[in-house]
Design a protein around this ligand. Structure first.
Ligand code: PLP
Length: 459
């Protein structure tokens, strides 16, 4: 009876493929005006019913009710948070993964997908100048990657120091460290040693001073550096931190979820000096490497340590354990997950199609845009102030005199007018705003429209 669900359906397929083709054709992708989400639930009521619905009706409902509330993260006018600007090839690559039912779990059933994913991890490791033995896996996001790496840091230290499970231990971070790291530390029962930063950048000097001034007996087993803070795009003093970490036998983790892609950009590569010393490193291709959600790269200097922590055992798993000294690679050995899609494959497909140089150029264009926008504000917009010179592709700036209410109203108006999706943020306690440039299709003209709209306080 239910077999029809697994049979090819020409009508359903054409409906969806036509929709996909139209979506992929949109150029440029507009922001779309988000309708309030409050009414969606009542519109969808009853759709999950015993007998199912006509696919045309379901797709209509999807377009009319669901999509209407969604801001397009791949619009060149989406400049909030960290946008997602997948290449068309990467989006299509994801459809391949789906249609081919590609999984990326065990070597014995997915070796080709895993080899291709590992090629991309190797490419990223090469940008960071990590040794040939480095490796890891793709996970769903920076949060999952940070957690998986910090578990390895913890268990490696426990083993080395002979710490009982009940022993207190700490991880050094800065005030700028991403919230997902705080979350991870809570999960693994680590306490934080918050190192005060000079000018929002964690430095080796500050870390050394904090360790020297510290008299808590709980060992500081790791330090998290950030390569591209989410708010202002600042890169910590990675080489300084690396030296102090090494001298104190600490695990050195770098969170480059957003900014790590900057490794591909020759104009800023020097700022990442010290990245070659990491024990673990995270970069989110679903941020600045133009992959669709969900895709984060997690790389360890010594993947064997991760394997000794994350490998799962079970009667149904005995068969798949990778043999010693074989090229077999099971991605679940390197993070806390088991079942996973080959989520690195869309990026592999796009990289293979377009080549690495196109990626370098696209990343450089975000960096150039942030610089150009800062110059534009200084030269032509006397009613605005740049707060920090951009180091990567984020520009943080203020409209002196505006309160939180004015920023909020302006932000809503900007989206309603389809000029830009830009939200307020805070800097040293003050409400300000920022632009995150990822999409190479963002133009200076679009930026001007946004800056022009800040002349008068919104009514
Ligand atoms: C976005 C971000 C994260 C979290 O990554 P997700 O992919 O959203 O889970 C962690 N760290 C930094 C620096 C980020 O920018």
């Amino acid at each position: 009876m239910s077999l029809h669900m697994h049979e090819y359906d020409e009508q359903l397929t054409s409906l969806v493929f036509d929709h996909l083709r139209n979506r992929l054709r949109r150029n440029p992708v507009e922001l779309d005006c988000p309708a309030p989400g409050e009414n969606v639930a009542s519109q969808l009521e009853g759709i999950l019913c015993p007998g199912g619905n006509d696919p045309e009706y379901v797709l209509k409902l999807y377009n009319r009710e669901l999509m209407r509330t969604v801001v397009s993260a791949d619009s060149p006018r989406y400049l909030s948070f960290i946008p997602c600007a997948p290449t068309k090839a990467a989006q299509l690559g994801e459809m391949l993964v789906s249609a081919d039912s590609l999984q990326g779990i065990f070597w014995m059933e997915a070796a080709g997908a895993i080899v291709a994913e590992n090629q991309v991890l190797r490419l990223i490791a090469d940008q960071a100048k990590l040794p040939e033995t480095a490796g890891g896996c793709f996970v769903t996001g920076g949060s999952a990657a940070n957690l998986s790496a910090l578990v390895v840091a913890r268990d490696t230290a426990r083993r080395r120091l002979g710490l009982p499970v009940s022993a207190r231990f700490r991880v050094a971070v800065s005030e700028e460290t991403h919230s997902s790291v705080t979350n991870s530390l809570n999960i693994i029962c680590a306490e934080k040693l918050v190192v005060p930063t000079d000018d929002h950048r964690l430095t080796g000097e500050a870390l050394r001073a904090a360790l020297e001034a510290d008299n808590d007996p709980a060992p500081v087993i790791a330090v998290v550096g950030t390569a591209g803070t989410t708010n202002a795009g600042l890169i910590d003093d990675l080489s300084g931190i690396a030296r102090v970490a090494k001298a104190n036998d600490m695990w050195f983790h770098v969170d480059g979820a957003y900014g790590g892609a900057g490794l591909f950009a020759p104009t800023v590569r020097q700022r990442f000096a010290g990245i070659e010393c990491v024990d673990s490193f995270v970069v989110d291709p679903h941020k600045w490497l133009f992959a669709p959600f969900d895709c984060a790269a997690l790389i360890y200097r010594n993947p064997q340590l991760a394997k000794s922590v994350h490998t799962q055992a079970g009667p149904y798993l005995d068969l798949v354990q990778a043999a010693e000294n074989s090229p077999e690679w099971n991605p679940p050995d390197y993070a806390y997950h088991l079942t996973r899609s080959a989520c690195g494959l869309p990026l592999w497909f796009s990289l293979a199609v377009h080549g690495i140089d196109a990626y370098r150029e696209a990343i450089e264009s975000g960096i150039a845009l942030a610089k150009a926008a800062a110059d534009l504000i200084r030269d032509e917009y006397k009613y605005l102030e740049v707060i920090r010179e951009p180091e990567l592709s984020c520009l943080i700036y203020r409209r002196p005199g505006w309160t939180a209410t004015e920023y909020r109203r302006w932000s809503r108006r900007l989206l309603a007018d389809q000029v830009g999706f830009v939200v307020p943020t805070s800097w040293e306690g003050e409400v300000v705003t920022r632009l995150a440039f990822l999409h190479p299709g963002t133009t200076l003209e679009m930026i001007r429209e946004i800056l022009d709209s800040m002349r008068e306080a919104p009514a």
